[in-house]
Ligand binder design. Structure first.
Ligand code: SF4
Length: 462
């Protein structure tokens, strides 16, 4: 008998993509096969994100698209998994197209939920009822088994893998939905993480990225020792076969910060790259966001990072147009960006997320055109900084991990005979475009940089 085909579409962050990879491999092990073609599928799963309104709107419009496909395939099962499933629960089942709603903590049950929906022809709901309650031991164990048992290699680039080291968040930034959909912070046991990375290395993985909503608050008490992210980095550094270690995302907190920076400086495999969102440069707005630092404190952390790890590349995130953000507040953010000298910054316009403190207590006062103008202005300030920093690479030779063929042709890349255009990344997360043989995919290579744009370097294979 042919196996049932599953198509999975992911609409979210790195954490969400990791869940997609885990769900794919678990379903394959349960006898399903994965298809890229939605029209071929017996089961369609949408892995969702609730962080921004736009991402949720895309999911709703995708459900509309599936409704048309389902008209000619009424037995097709449609499942919504991930953060939006946890946030909206049975409301999603009001869409006639949807058969399964499964939250992030219930993904180990996904194969069973599909089988039940197929056999019993009824809708299935599996979400956490009290999301901020301490995680139940059995639920945690199910997630732990799921996480460690399934391969989580990135299929596009089998040399790299993402490894979750913690789940959830306890920070309650007022704009953020994560604590309400991913639950309280739980750090995974270090020995399980290390065992998982050893297995990945045995399978040819060379780069691991350790994932957490606030990865630097990782803490695991074992016997008399408390493991921090710094301890974990040092231990991963000792695993044979792993060449590069990255970690995202960091919360600007002093606790462990120096230890983590020293671990980076002392461990040749830990990439000199720090992604640490600031969100705003105004202390008034940071307080309203319930971020527990000041702009000056944040900049001090960057100074510390640069003094301990010379050459470290730093990236940041910002929200513009938070409720009541004045022009002066915004200019404080511009000043912070100028001082921070990020290699890259991700800038978002504020949108209220239902159920968060800022949505409940603060009016969304900033008109969209003002958010848009501030977004464009901040991007252009950052672009100039990125351009200057990337120029410094001109003429230098950089080591990259080759990801594979470039998806779109970069017109100003260097010529390379008959070789196709490839992309790779430096340890500082620059995309590098060059011509070379496809056989380099998944391998490290050296490239001499000949040109640069703010976010991309172009060069010749050495
Ligand atoms: S630290 Fe703040 S922004 Fe980040 S996931 Fe936690 S609550 Fe959300």
């Amino acid at each position: 008998m042919d196996s049932k085909k599953v198509h999975i579409k992911s609409f979210g962050c790195q954490m969400n993509k990791l869940d997609t990879a885990l769900v794919s491999t678990s379903l394959e092990q349960a006898g399903f096969s994965i298809t890229e073609n939605v029209k071929d599928a017996d089961v369609v799963l949408i892995n969702t994100c609730s962080v921004r309104e736009h991402a949720e709107q895309r999911v709703i419009s995708h459900i509309g698209h599936l409704k048309h496909i389902k008209e000619s395939k009424p037995d097709m099962i449609v499942g919504i998994i991930g953060c939006m499933a946890q946030r909206l629960g049975d409301k999603l089942l009001e869409h006639k197209t949807v058969n399964i709603v499964c939250g992030p903590a219930q993904i180990p049950q996904i194969a069973a939920l599909i089988t039940q929906a197929q056999e019993q022809k009824k809708n299935e709901l599996a979400v956490t009822e009290h999301i901020r309650k301490a995680v139940e031991e059995n639920e945690n164990q199910a997630l732990e088994d799921f996480e460690s048992a399934y391969s989580n290699e990135d299929e596009r680039n089998p040399a790299q893998a993402f490894v979750r080291i913690m789940r959830g968040c306890n920070n309650f930034c007022t704009y953020c939905i994560v604590p309400y959909v991913r639950g309280p912070e739980v750090s995974r046991p270090p020995e399980t993480i290390l065992e998982q990375i050893r297995k990945l290395a045995d399978n040819g993985v060379k780069q691991v990225t350790l994932l957490g909503q606030t990865v630097n608050s990782y803490q695991y008490k074992k016997d008399s020792k408390v493991w921090s992210l710094a301890d974990l980095l040092l231990a991963v550094n000792d695993i044979n076969g792993i060449e590069w270690i990255k970690f995202v995302t960091n919360y600007p907190a002093e606790e462990y910060f120096e230890d983590i920076m020293h671990a980076m400086a002392d461990s040749p495999k830990v990439c000199k790259y720090l992604h640490m969102p600031a969100q705003s440069g105004s202390d008034r707005i940071l307080k309203a966001m319930n971020r527990k630092y000041t702009a000056a404190g944040y900049l001090e952390l960057l100074d510390k990072a640069r003094s301990i790890v010379p050459g470290i590349a730093i990236a940041g995130d910002f929200i513009v147009g938070f409720p009541d953000e004045t022009e002066e507040d915004f200019q404080d953010t511009v000043k912070l960006v100028q001082k921070a000298q990020y290699r890259n910054a991700f800038i978002f316009k504020y949108s209220p997320r239902p159920g968060t403190t800022s949505e409940k207590r603060l009016e969304d006062t900033i008109p969209d055109e003002v958010k848009q103008r501030r977004n464009v202005e901040l991007l252009s300030v950052q672009e100039k900084i990125s351009e200057e920093l990337s120029k410094e690479y001109s003429g230098k030779e950089v080591k990259i991990l080759v990801e594979g063929l470039s998806k779109k042709p970069h017109l100003n890349s260097s010529e390379g005979g008959n070789n196709p255009q490839l992309i790779g990344r430096t340890e500082t997360d620059y995309i590098v475009v060059f011509n070379g043989p496809v056989s380099l995919a998944g391998k490290y290579a050296w490239v001499k940089i000949t040109k640069s744009s703010p976010l991309t370097l172009f060069g010749e294979l050495i």
